[in-house]
Design a protein around this ligand. Structure first.
Ligand code: ZN
Length: 848
């Protein structure tokens, strides 16, 4: 037999059906399991190898096609998370039934089968158990072939307390009381053929909404007692998006019911278990009357994203983890399509530019990576859950969709899903389907974006009667060799000449191409509509033409890109900071929330690197931009304004009162906050986060006490996180220390503590204390926090923008490598390098 890699299972025994019975004991934090797996033995074997981690085995037996029973023994391989079952006799090819008795632990690390605690309406602490299996933690709950390509049918039975609710992937078939035990057996129907990482068990006290029918299945939202009143919004978008997707994909929802379940402790945002999607509470439960538009959008996004996975991911699954982008980029893309159809007034594709920009920010680093790359060990997949997989992946799909046409693209997707339903697929299968259905060269175009890291900078110049477009790799750091990579760049042109506007699409494949221009060009936009995943740099004359008609000639998305690309080239020292500041000076009349978001983000970056003297002049300068914009918008909401304008008011006030340190704004914000405290309806809801941020930024010990109490007694998940993160935005050293202690003393859930820590690292007033604290508590944090949150927490080091701190940071991480996210750590360190390089380059600027 060929030598097997220890992290891949032999394929000589294939699971077809699991019958799993689990009896969790919430108080003792353990569970007992009995399991039958119907397998096909393909070659004669005396050993069956499966995945298992932190499980103990009590009995193994296998029953043959003729009814003969062979007993087995177990050898555990902890390092490779495997168990080998050895049998006394050879098992001949054919169908066998593997029977296993085992037990395991309900852990507190928010993976596998784990415990979550919360306070009930009576104030008493309660416990529930839930699962989180992606990528490779199903093996902590039951022994299994824990690779996505080993799809099987799962029939689950959960034995739970009589009062408890048990939820799994399929509908409940029956509940049988077990006399004299105080328990009942909840038996669930068979699932579709699916991967192990999508199995789910949830046990505890839950309340569900009345189900609504959507996409042919009953859909409800479940939460711990006392929170059902926060479920309606999620149920609305859940129902809409499930029906929407069954239409878009032209395939019925593959499950027999759908529960959207809020779990008080949850490591990521949500998890697409077929029929039993789990969420952190802020991503599902929301008070529609009190939440901001951004908070509502987040719920709509996450619910739609997970629902999109029921087809993309659950029905058709990647063969191996290298294809994770097929799941995640598509779900992110489809989330936009659905939310845009649900609430067009939110202009969701416009705000997607902010996500695209976040991906480009990482993708311009030397330490970026291709969207898809070879993954050997499954743990390498852990590093793939990042903006490159999700946001860059979704961006290049959007670019392709716009290039091929939305309908042609959709037809290709339908073909792909039909062809690979209940099975697995690879990237190449998607291009096959798209090429077959559109008759266009999708593969050549997309391979350059999926398998190459980075993205191009397209330079644009006018040379007499023609336009010269050239591409080269974009990089923030200019040191070292920048590799020459070519992309198939869809160029969307809009050209105005003699008052007439025309559009043109072409593909830039070579280093350079020329396009004939009409006579007397007034202005032109490259990347019209803003869907391209590349940066554009105009020559001086073309840029001047754009600047003189920013509001009249450019769409908001195009203005966003102009500002964002200029900021990127400024960081890359291809544009001077003076020129960049000159560009944002022109934005006093800007009305688009996303354009402001990118301006404010660039200001945060500058705030982190300027010294006090520079900062004072910088603040003066940005006050002169933000104040007129706010004056036009006014502090008080106006009749007939859009929700986006209300959100913009909040963003501008927040930036003025914190970043720009505007005293008048701070005073007025405090007054308004005092009014809000007396009457929560006195202030428009989109303004509240800004007021909270300003009170914290300028806050005293008394304010801190108030916010702390608000955090402890919050009425909604959004309010809880708002006040919690505000505790990290105070500036007084003693208050910062208090919040730092909360990150490790059990006061803050481990699902939030790492992000609170990141926030303090990014708070200029708290960053040095936070860094010392993190170093001192490093081992404790590694032990307590969910694995996936460690590299995310460390993103905060980009705030440590001084040459001395940079040296210290580098030394620390050289000694303490973050094994859960080596790539992300490299990226954080490179971003810190860029910030420190800019600090040195700009040290003479903004001085009197
Ligand atoms: Zn996803």
């Amino acid at each position: 037999m060929p030598e097997q890699k220890p992290y891949r299972l032999p394929a000589n025994v294939i699971p077809e059906r699991y019958e799993i019975k689990l009896t969790p004991d919430l108080a003792a934090a353990t569970f007992a399991g009995e399991q039958k797996v119907f397998v096909q033995v393909l070659d004669p074997v005396r050993q069956i190898v499966v995945n298992a981690a932190e499980l103990q085995f009590q009995a193994i037996a296998i029953r043959g096609p003729g009814g003969e029973v062979v007993l087995g023994s177990t050898v555990l391989d902890g390092e490779n998370e495997r168990a080998a079952f050895n049998f006394a006799e050879t098992l001949n090819p054919g169908p066998w039934e593997l029977e296993i008795k085992f037990s395991g632990i309900l852990n507190d690390k928010l993976h596998g089968f784990y415990r979550s605690t919360y306070k009930g309406p009576d104030g008493q602490e309660r416990t529930l158990a839930s699962t989180q299996f992606e990528s490779t933690d199903a093996r902590r709950a039951f022994p299994c072939w824990d690779e996505p390509a080993f799809k099987a049918v799962f029939q689950v039975t959960l034995v739970v307390d009589e009062k408890s609710t048990a939820i799994s992937n399929a509908r409940t078939v029956r509940e049988t009381p077990l006399a004299g035990t105080g328990k009942k057996a909840v038996v669930f129907a068979d699932t579709i053929k699916m991967s192990t990482y999508l199995v789910a068990f949830i046990v505890g006290e839950f309340e569900g909404t009345e189900p609504v029918m959507a996409g042919g299945a009953p859909l409800r939202v479940c939460a711990v007692p006392g929170k059902r009143h926060l479920a309606k919004f999620a149920q609305d978008i859940g129902g809409f998006s499930l029906s929407f997707f069954s239409g878009y994909y032209d395939i019925a929802y593959p499950g027999d019911k759908l529960d959207l379940i809020a779990i008080p402790d949850f490591a990521s945002g949500a998890m697409e278990n077929l029929g039993a999607i789990t969420f952190r509470e802020t991503a599902l439960l929301v008070d529609e009357q009190k939440a901001t538009r951004a908070e509502l959008e987040r719920v709509a996004d996450v619910v739609s994203h997970e629902n999109a996975h029921m087809w993309f991911g659950d029905l058709v699954t990647m063969k191996w983890w290298n294809g994770l982008w097929l799941n995640e980029a598509f779900a992110t893309f489809m989330e936009m399509v659905a939310v845009d159809a649900w609430k067009p007034e939110w202009r969701r594709w416009d705000s997607f530019t902010v996500s695209r920009a976040a991906a480009m920010q990482i993708d311009g680093l030397k330490s970026t990576r291709p969207i898809e790359f070879p993954v050997e060990r499954p743990e390498e997949a852990a590093g793939m859950f990042d903006v490159l997989t999700y946001e860059k992946g979704a961006s290049v799909l959007r670019m392709l969709e716009q290039y091929l046409g939305a309908e042609a693209f959709r037809d290709g997707i339908r073909l792909y899903l039909r062809r690979h339903a209940y099975a697995n697929a690879e990237t190449t299968d998607l291009w096959d389907a798209l090429e077959e259905s559109t008759r266009q060269p999708a593969r050549a175009l997309m391979d350059s974006w999926i398998f190459q890291p980075g993205h191009p900078l397209v330079s644009v110049e006018q040379d007499g009667g023609s336009l010269v477009l050239s591409q080269r790799m974009f990089r923030y750091l200019q040191d070292g060799d920048i590799p020459e990579r070519r992309f198939h760049v869809p160029i969307f042109l809009r050209i105005a000449a003699k008052g007439k506007v025309r559009n043109q699409t072409l593909l830039l494949i070579d280093g350079q191409t020329r396009v004939d221009l009409p006579d007397e060009v007034d202005w032109l936009v490259v990347n019209a509509g803003g869907h391209g995943f590349y940066r554009v740099r105009y020559s001086g004359k073309l840029m001047a033409a754009l600047k003189s008609g920013l509001q009249s000639n450019l769409l908001p998305v195009e203005r966003f890109n102009l500002v964002n690309d200029s900021w990127a080239t400024t960081l890359a020292s291809l544009t001077s900071l003076t020129d960049y500041l000159g560009l944002i000076d022109l934005l006093r009349d800007e009305t688009d929330i996303n354009v402001w978001t990118t301006v404010i983000m660039s200001c945060h970056h500058l705030h982190r690197i300027f010294d006090d003297a520079q900062e004072r002049l910088f603040q003066e300068r940005i006050r002169a931009i933000f104040n007129p914009a706010l004056a036009r918008l006014t502090w008080l909401p106006k009749d007939g304004e859009s929700e986006l304008e209300r959100q913009l008011r909040g963003e501008l006030i927040g930036a003025l009162g914190t970043l720009a340190d505007d005293k008048a704004c701070q005073e007025r914000a405090r007054e308004l906050y005092a009014r809000y405290e007396k009457d929560p309806n006195a202030v428009e809801r989109n303004l509240v986060p800004a007021l909270v941020a300003i009170v914290a930024h300028t806050g005293s010990g008394a304010d801190y006490e108030k916010f702390y109490a608000k955090f402890k007694n919050a009425q909604t998940p959004q309010e809880e996180t708002r006040y919690l993160f505000a505790l990290g935005a105070f500036c007084q050293p003693d208050l910062i220390d208090r919040t730092l202690n909360m990150t490790v003393d059990g006061e803050v859930r481990t699902q939030n503590a790492p992000y609170l820590m990141r926030g303090i690292l990014l708070n200029k007033a708290g960053r040095e204390r936070a860094w010392s604290f993190m170093k001192a508590h490093w081992q404790e944090m590694l032990r307590r926090y969910p694995d996936n949150s460690i590299p995310r927490m460390c993103e905060g080091i980009i705030g440590l923008a001084s040459p001395e701190l940079e040296i210290d940071v580098k030394e620390f991480f050289a000694k303490h490598p973050v094994k859960q996210g080596a790539k992300q750590m490299e990226q954080h360190l490179e971003r810190l390098r860029i910030a420190v390089a800019c600090k040195e380059r700009w040290k003479e600027l903004l001085r009197q």
